[in-house]
Design a protein around this ligand. Structure first.
Ligand SMILES: Cc1cc2nc3c(=O)[nH]c(=O)nc-3n(C[C@H](O)[C@H](O)[C@H](O)COP(=O)(O)O)c2cc1C
Length: 191
């Protein structure tokens, strides 16, 4: 649909039963009118290696960079490992921050949410991730935040979001993110 915001959704976990993949699926289903979220799976993205990059980006990295470049905004759904950003997520950001001039993340509006079974709901991981966007010159939405704590209690065995409160917060978050992304959509409208 013309004028629909095209959002790329990336979860920073590779496992099938990931709570963060489940949260991203919920976001796809709860996206407001005028926003479409496409999911990019990081399973095939290798570890960043400058020698590999110098020889030419592997196909999975090309796909990641092209998907980010084509999107009006990027929604990152991050777990938290040891009070920080898991390597899977940081690695994707590192690839997408290259080359320093003209990187797909440069000038891109970014939203950040996350889920963990703990009581801080990825607060520290998200906070750390925000620092990366200073260097990549990406526009990370400052507020609202969405920290899904005790996440294992909020999804069923099939990974469906069952907690009404979380669904409501997620809807509100996505509505705010749509407004945020539209601030950066070039004249002429969304893709
Ligand atoms: C290596 C490792 C470190 C972790 N560190 C944290 C942490 O610092 N804070 C937290 O809330 N959960 C932590 N956890 C638990 C994760 O939040 C939990 O495994 C979560 O389900 C991972 O996200 P996923 O379900 O999307 O794969 C850690 C898990 C692993 C495997």
């Amino acid at each position: 649909m013309p004028g629909t915001l095209q959002i790329l959704g990336i979860a920073g976990s590779l496992r099938d039963g990931s709570l963060n993949k489940a949260l991203l699926r919920a976001a796809v289903g709860l996206a407001p009118a005028g926003m479409a979220i496409e999911v990019f799976d990081l399973a095939q993205v290798p570890l960043y290696n400058g020698d590999v990059e110098a020889a030419g980006d592997p196909p999975s990295v090309q796909a990641l960079k092209q998907a980010i470049a084509a999107a009006d905004g990027v929604l990152l759904v991050t777990p938290e490992y040891n009070h920080g950003v898991p390597g899977v997520m940081k690695n994707a950001i590192d690839w997408a921050s290259r080359p320093p001039r003209g990187a797909p993340l440069g000038g891109k509006p970014v939203g950040l949410i996350g889920a963990s079974p703990g009581i801080t709901g990825t607060a520290r991981g998200q906070s750390q991730l925000r620092q990366a966007f200073e260097f990549t010159n990406s526009y990370c939405m400052p507020q609202p935040e969405l920290l899904v704590f005790k996440a294992h209690e909020k999804f069923d065995a099939e990974g469906r979001l069952t907690d009404a409160g979380t669904a409501e917060y997620l809807q509100r978050y996505l509505a705010a993110f749509a407004e945020w992304v539209r601030l950066f959509v070039p004249p002429g409208g969304a893709s």
